[in-house]
Design a protein around this ligand. Structure first.
Ligand SMILES: [Zn+2]
Length: 231
């Protein structure tokens, strides 16, 4: 695929950590131009490896082998340096703050093509394809409940649960299930983590309440340890 280059200075060494996470974001800014400028501004100290515009144009800002600064304070499966282990992809959308809207089909096609290439080249397991809100559920909502995770999963990127029988909600069980899948911050704010699970894996209702469907999804996610191999 065609990728345009625009070098961001905001990166450093991965210090030997394995690259085995893919973290998707929305930019949450009013325009792609503003987002590109911020991600390349040394004073901002933020970046991502790639940015995908709404028309499908793809930019590379940081080489894959370098540690880009996209996840901030975050946690996944025992790792608190998510940046060291991940590729970060910024997807242009104004986000919840500036008029959250659907992601255009051209943009999602480009995201799928880019992510397929990344998970193949870096052997990123399906269960380690995440949203920023999954790794930072107390601070972040992106890429949000409008992001078409089912379309990505259908293309072979990440997980999507099949229809599941409802469970009687059991908070202790759900905590154990979500921790087993990789979620952190369960002690700090359980409802915020439940909302992150819903934002990614249910989308229809994001209310932070552990209902029978969310409990079933948590149970299913905890069982996805076998898909630990990249494609
Ligand atoms: Zn983000």
């Amino acid at each position: 695929m065609r990728i345009d280059e625009r070098a961001s200075p905001n990166h450093n060494d991965r210090r030997g950590r394995p690259l085995d996470l893919l973290v998707l974001h929305y930019t949450g800014m009013t325009s792609a131009t503003a987002a590109l400028e911020r991600l390349c501004d040394p004073a901002a100290e933020v970046s991502a490896h790639y940015l995908v515009e709404e028309d499908g144009r793809v930019w590379r800002l940081v080489p894959d082998e370098r540690r880009a600064w996209h996840a901030g304070r975050s946690h996944w499966a025992g790792e608190s340096d998510v940046n060291a282990r991940s590729i970060g992809v910024e997807i242009v959308n104004p986000g919840h703050e500036f008029g959250y809207r659907d992601f255009p089909p051209e943009q999602i096609e480009a995201v799928i093509e880019l992510c397929l290439d990344l998970i193949r080249r870096h052997r990123i397991p399906a269960r380690r394809v995440l949203g920023h809100s999954d790794v930072a559920p107390l601070r972040k909502q992106d890429p949000g409940e409008r992001f078409p995770w089912p379309a990505l999963a259908a293309a072979g990127i990440g997980l999507w649960p099949p229809p599941l029988p409802l469970l009687v909600p059991d908070e202790a069980q759900a905590r154990a299930d979500l921790a087993a899948f990789g979620y952190g911050y369960l002690e700090e704010d359980f409802a915020a983590v439940v909302a992150a699970v819903q934002r990614h894996f249910r989308r229809g209702r994001v209310d932070g309440r552990l209902d029978g469907e969310t409990a079933a999804i948590a149970r299913w996610l905890a069982g996805q340890t076998g898909s630990d191999r990249g494609r």
